[in-house]
Design a binder for this molecule. Structure first.
Ligand code: PLP
Length: 389
């Protein structure tokens, strides 16, 4: 298998820049806000914690994460929470524990299908409804689940990304309700990847599957996006009582693979998951800025003839150049991979082709991660921008 396309594009950007080629980096998506100084101070204070600690996470962290979900309308106990070094390895352990086949939205984040492939599980992509990225169209999901059952290999799981990567949209509450009904009808576990939940721009209404089906839904989250702590590697899963065997299995995987998240990071995360007032303006400013930048970049792509669902959360956009298909075909561009390659090679603009997200190759869509307008380490510039929002 190739390395993850998101990492590959970063390497290609670095290679081009080292060769002196001007490159606009719209490939790898990352919150480029600075790490809040109080988080840095607390991490330094916890650096003496060299012990491994409990596999699923320190008790104060599990309590804090349970509180985080309970405040969002999903009653959660500390016993239902498993923490890990990012939500990515937790998702892998969940896929392993739940088994296949797994039903994914199309398009979807690059790693789900790759993780399923590493596990030797079948992953089937179910198209999403326009503007409701990250959630398989409930009608088609039902048909696919029925087909698999009839073939004697019933799906175990449906995954949703709420809000979505790559489209930057949030599926509407009625779509979530319908999805939950289909999951019940076909006895599917729901994994809801909510890593972008705290980056919903404006007042978009969000209903999470766990609010509808608390016992059937396994939710994952982390601090990588809302607090720009991807490199700290801390994530959490809520695995309710109904899935107790899955929780046990994830804990076994954790104990045999990563042992526990880094203890100093856990100590700080235990504070951050309580959502202290010190951090609230930081997250709020990040949300507002990401929203403004995404809307501006969406406008640029619209002016270039692409169709773009208005971005409502997270960092990403998913412009589709279907409207310029004939003109592009005349230049030898017939797939999203062609389009991304020409944009990079001839115009120095790095994006990711829709096909990397499991989309049909001939769909001329690109995943665009708008750049932040200030450096990750440029605290002064951040303060100036944040104070204006
Ligand atoms: N889920 C989605 C949809 C993502 O885009 C990402 C990061 O790119 C992750 C999960 C992984 O996040 P973490 O840093 O918690 O492993």
């Amino acid at each position: 298998m190739p390395v993850s396309p998101t990492l590959a594009i970063s390497q290609e950007i670095a290679r081009r820049r080292a060769a002196g080629l001007d490159t606009v980096a719209l490939g790898f998506g990352e919150a480029s806000i600075p790490v809040h100084p109080e988080l840095v101070r607390r991490l330094a204070q916890s650096a003496h914690r060299g012990d491994y600690g409990p596999v699923a996470g320190a008790p104060e962290l599990l309590e804090a994460v349970a509180g985080y979900w309970t405040r969002r309308g999903v009653a959660t106990t500390a016993a239902e929470v498993v923490c890990g070094p990012g939500s990515k390895p937790l998702l892998y352990a969940l896929f392993q524990a739940l088994g296949g086949p797994v039903l994914l939205p199309r398009p979807c984040w690059v790693s789900y299908a790759a993780q399923a492939a590493l596990l030797g599980h079948e992953a089937l992509l179910v198209p999403t409804l326009p503007g409701h990225g990250g959630v398989p169209d409930p009608e088609r999901l039902s048909a696919e689940a029925a087909r698999l059952r009839a073939e004697g290999r019933p799906a175990t799981t449906v995954l949703v990304t709420l809000p979505d990567n790559p489209t930057g949209t949030v599926a509407a509450p009625d779509v979530i309700s319908e999805l939950c009904a289909v999951a019940e009808e076909h006895d599917l576990a729901i994994i809801s990847d909510e890593i972008y939940l705290d980056l919903v721009h404006g007042d978009t209404e969000v209903l999470t599957p766990a609010e509808v089906l608390a016992d059937r839904t396994i939710t994952t989250t982390g601090l990588s996006k809302s607090l720009a702590l991807g490199g700290w590697r801390i994530g959490a899963a809520r695995i309710p009582e109904r899935h107790e065997a899955v929780r046990r299995q994830v804990t076994v995987a954790a104990s045999e693979i990563w042992s526990a998240p880094a203890q100093p990071v856990q100590q700080v995360a235990a504070w951050a998951f309580t959502e202290p007032p010190e951090l609230a303006p930081h997250v709020e400013a990040s949300r507002a800025l990401h929203g403004r930048i995404a809307r501006t970049v969406a406008g640029i792509f619209t002016a270039a003839g692409a169709e773009v669902a208005p971005p409502t959360a997270g960092f990403y956009l998913y412009p589709d150049f279907a409207g310029r298909r004939d003109e592009l075909a005349a230049s030898g561009i017939g797939t999203s991979a062609d389009l991304a390659r020409v944009l990079l090679d001839q115009h120095g603009v790095a994006t990711l082709p829709g096909v990397a997200f499991g989309d049909l190759p001939e769909r001329l869509a690109l995943r665009v991660a708008p750049p932040m307008l200030y450096g990750r380490d440029d605290d002064q510039r951040w303060q100036a921008l944040a104070s204006k929002t």
